[in-house]
Design a protein around this ligand. Structure first.
Ligand SMILES: [Ca+2]
Length: 245
């Protein structure tokens, strides 16, 4: 029997989904060797393809519910669908489809090997004050705790006291790669980071905030989401979804 590596199975599946209009993917584990998390039922509508997809719609961080999810009229098909998250610190909670990281700190992590693509997260903050920060770390590419790329928001109600950037940490030393608009008020935000051939671009609410080239951190082993700000518990940092494609 010929060995097909998992990434090749995904590529073949992707080609099949993209080229056939009346496809039938057999149930999970039947002929995909369990390497793909979500099987698509016999179906004739279009699929929305993701490398990684989590909507927190099952209100869980572990023992995830792998139900069929639609985005508009398209069925979600993901190489990694609703992954298992491990709590790094605090007591993260999930309710009404939102992941809450509103302790000081609260952090979760999951495995990821994705070095290229488009990471998008929708998140919200209920309150921003002058006195105490709420900090949002979206660590989309992490090799280890001293080497990673993150989108970082240190939020207060006064811009001079706030900070926002795409940051790289190499050997424990941080460098801002792209400065982003400071967030000084409550609201719901969509942050997207793209990276192709080492070229980063970051978007806030669909608007590009700049580009840069960097290849110092490799490979990727994990994604982390981390909130800080128990001094401002009304902040309630939370995430609606995170996906990569
Ligand atoms: Ca959600």
């Amino acid at each position: 029997m010929t060995y097909i590596p998992p990434e090749k199975i995904w590529e073949l599946t992707r080609q099949k989904l993209e080229t056939e209009t009346d496809y039938k993917i057999k149930p999970y584990d039947d002929d995909l060797n369990g390497k793909i998390d979500l099987a698509v039922m016999p179906f004739t509508s279009e699929a929305e393809l993701y490398e990684f997809y989590d909507d927190f719609g099952d209100n869980k961080l572990s023992e995830r519910v792998k139900e069929l999810v639609m985005v508009g009229s398209k069925v979600v098909f993901a190489r990694v669908f609703r992954p298992e998250w491990t709590t790094v610190s605090g007591s993260p909670s999930v309710s009404s489809g939102w992941l809450y990281l509103d302790g000081d700190p609260e952090e979760v992590k999951t495995s990821s090997d994705i070095m290229e693509g488009s990471w998008e997260a929708k998140w919200a903050i209920d309150a921003v004050t002058e006195a105490d920060p709420v900090i949002n770390h979206m660590v989309f590419i992490l090799k280890d705790s001293d080497n990673y790329y993150e989108v970082y928001y240190y939020m207060k109600s006064v811009a001079d006291y706030s900070e926002a950037n795409l940051k790289k940490v190499v050997g424990g030393s941080a460098t801002a790669l792209i400065n982003l608009p400071k967030i000084t008020s409550a609201g719901t935000y969509v942050t997207k980071m793209t990276r192709y051939a080492g070229n980063f671009e970051v978007f806030l609410n669909g608007v590009s905030q700049g580009t840069c080239s960097d290849t110092d951190v490799s490979p990727c082993n994990e994604i982390h989401l981390k909130g800080e700000g128990a001094y401002n518990p009304t902040g309630k940092l939370r995430f609606d979804y995170l996906y990569v494609r």
